[in-house]
Write a protein that binds this ligand. Sequence first.
Ligand code: SAM
Length: 288
Amino acid sequence: MSTKHVSVLLNEVINSFEHLESEDLVVDSTLGGGGHAKGILSVYPHVRLIGLDRDDNALEIARGNLEEFGKRVRLFKSNFSDLDNVFESLKISKVQAILADLGMSSFQLDDEKRGFSFRMNGPLDMRMGLNEKSAYDVINTYREEELARVIYEYGEERFSRRIARRVVEKRPIYTTSELVNVIIVAMPASARKRWKSTVIRVFQAVRIEVNEELKNLKTLIEVARKYLSTNGRITVISFHSLEDRIVKRAFLREEFIPISKKPVLPSENERRENPRSRSAKLRTAKKA
Ligand SMILES: C[S@@+](CC[C@H](N)C(=O)[O-])C[C@H]1O[C@@H](n2cnc3c(N)ncnc32)[C@H](O)[C@@H]1O
C-alpha cells in the first residue's frame, strides 16, 4: 500500500514519557503503523513495549516497522478496553506508561473498502476491528430517533433530525457516496454550501457509534488508573472535543495529576505539513 501514516506530535509524545527508566514497561494501546512506538523505543533504549491494536492490518504493518527491537516488543490484537485481560494473561501488575493516539490511521482512512472516508466510494463499514456492528447496520437498522441521537451526540450536528429522517426514507443505503448524497439533500438549501463539515460530522458520529469509541476510552482510563505505577504516566492524543472532554475530566479526578493544565497542540509547522494533526490535543497525567 502506498499510504504513509505520519505520527502526530511525535516528539511531544516522547517527551511526555521523560520519566521512563531502564527496563520500564510502556503500553502503546493504539499501535497503528508503530510510529510512536518506534520513537519511544529508539529514544529510551532499555524500555520494553506492549503494543495493541484492534486492527489486523495495523498489527502487520507495525510488526514490520518494529522488527529491529526484537524481544523488547510484544504485540497483541486487542481492543484497548480489554487491556486488563492482556495484563492478566501476561501476569503484569504495574506499567510505567500508557499511550493512546485515538482515531483512525491513514492506512484505515485511505483504504476505500473500509468505508471511513467520505471522499471515496466505499461500502458502509467503518469497523476498526472485528466488532460485529458496521456502519451499514447503524444506518440501515437504527430507529429514526436513535439515529438522530447518534448524529447529534457524537457529531454535534444541528441538522441531526432532518438527516435521520432522510436516511430512514432512503434506506437501504449501501455506500459512502450514497450516504453523502442523502446528507446533502437533507440539509436546508441555504446551508448546503457548508455540506462538507456536516458530512464530516455525520461520518464521525457513525464511526464513534460503530466502534464504541467513547465507552472504550473511559474504560482505558479506568484500567490505567489501576495499572499505572506511582508516577507512571498516561498520554492521550484526542481528535475531537468529545474525546478531549473525557480525558480532561478524568485527569482532574483523584489519583491523576495532570502534567499541564492546557493540552499540547501541534506546532504551526506540523499543522501545515500534516493536516491530520490540526485537531489533535495531547494531554498527559501522572498517577499520584
Ligand atoms: C491514529 S492511529 C495510531 C497511529 C500510531 N500512533 C502511529 O504513530 O503510527 C490509531 C490506531 O488505533 C487503533 N484503535 C482505535 N481504537 C482502538 C481500540 N479501542 N483498541 C485498540 N486499537 C484501537 C486503530 O485501529 C488505529 O490503528
